[in-house]
Design a protein around this ligand. Structure first.
Ligand code: A2P
Length: 309
């Protein structure tokens, strides 16, 4: 069985979930079906903004695994901050379910709902059309409302820096259960994660392998630790994050990798020693700091509020 982590509301979340960002619609159904049916997964991470939720839902249904046994997360897209329940209803219809286990604010950046594009509204100067009149504290109020209604079992955030969390926490009745961030050995976010821990917010790691064409998989230190324990480098990258108590969300559409990522993460989390963890903890500070996902928001907003170390 997949290890679980208890969230601040008592709900157990499987520590390893399948990521679906950049999984093509024509590949993701089979990937999700395989993960659930053969790979032992019980946790799928999706988002309205990924444009493949219908196909994810199809994969969940064809897997034959009962809905009640699968932990499903989705995320509110930026153009819907002032209409949370509407976006959620679309996601529920896309996925073919009547509740989510976890619903997140995808980015702390409200986008103009009446802009020139339903997903990526853009200004004439090429920057994203950010809705500066909307407060994310009000988005959070609407998240709390759909939680109260029972449409979702837990709520959280994604890509929130300390500064952005501090915009919603003073008026929050419910503390976010998670903050989903780009976390891996080259972007460990130690400072922000200490803050999350002090608030009881569980970190979730997206791009834990370093996303597409990742240099992490051939990192010297990671390779050395993998060799020592007869593990793959991917196992070490994932197991490191599981050991630290984070939820990890490796993305793959390749059956062999999907299966190996789960078994490898569990195996590595048992084999890694504190000296290994210490070495991996220090990689970024030793000059390897690197972030692979660049937010598509204007520099004045996106980078200023982008999670900093
Ligand atoms: P693919 O989906 O074609 O199998 P991340 O989770 O950090 O975003 O990384 C996802 C990327 O890493 C995808 O390109 C995925 O490719 C690839 N990937 C996933 N698992 C592994 C693995 N075990 N070994 C090598 N590459 C992997």
């Amino acid at each position: 069985a997949v290890p679980t982590i208890k969230l601040n509301n008592g709900i157990e979340i499987p520590a390893i979930g399948l990521g679906t960002w950049q999984s093509k619609p024509n590949e993701v159904s089979a990937a999700v079906e395989f993960a659930l049916k053969e790979g032992g997964y019980r946790h799928i991470d999706c988002a309205w903004g990924y444009g493949n939720e219908k196909e994810v839902g199809e994969g969940i249904r064809t897997s034959g695994v009962p809905r009640s046994e699968v932990f499903i997360t989705s995320k509110l897209w930026g153009t819907w901050h002032s209409r949370v329940e509407e976006c959620l209803d679309q996601t529920l219809a896309n996925l073919g379910t009547d509740y989510l286990d976890l619903y997140l604010i995808h980015w702390p950046v409200p986008l103009n709902p009446k802009g020139n594009h339903p997903i990526f509204p853009t200004l004439p100067d090429g920057k994203r059309d950010v809705d500066h009149s909307w407060s994310i504290a009000d988005t959070w109020k609407q998240m709390e409302a759909v939680l109260k209604k029972g449409k979702v079992k837990a709520i959280g955030v994604s890509n929130f820096s300390k500064k952005k969390l501090d915009e919603i926490l003073p008026t929050a009745e419910v503390i976010p259960a998670v903050n989903q961030l780009e976390i891996h050995v080259y972007n460990p976010q130690h400072g922000l994660i200490d803050y999350l821990k002090s608030k009881g917010i569980t970190p979730q790691a997206y791009s834990p392998l370093g996303s597409t064409n990742s240099p992490l998989l051939s990192d010297e230190t990671v390779t050395e630790i993998a060799g020592k324990h007869s593990l793959n480098t991917a196992d070490v990258l994932l197991g490191y994050l599981v050991t630290k108590g984070y939820v990890v969300l490796p993305k793959s559409v390749t059956p062999a990798r999907i299966a190996a990522n789960l078994t490898g993460a569990v195996a590595a989390s048992k084999k890694l020693e504190s000296a290994d963890i210490q070495k991996l903890d220090g990689l970024a500070a030793a000059g390897k700091q690197k972030r692979f996902i660049t937010p598509p928001w204007p520099v004045d907003l996106g980078f200023e509020h982008w999670p900093k170390l």
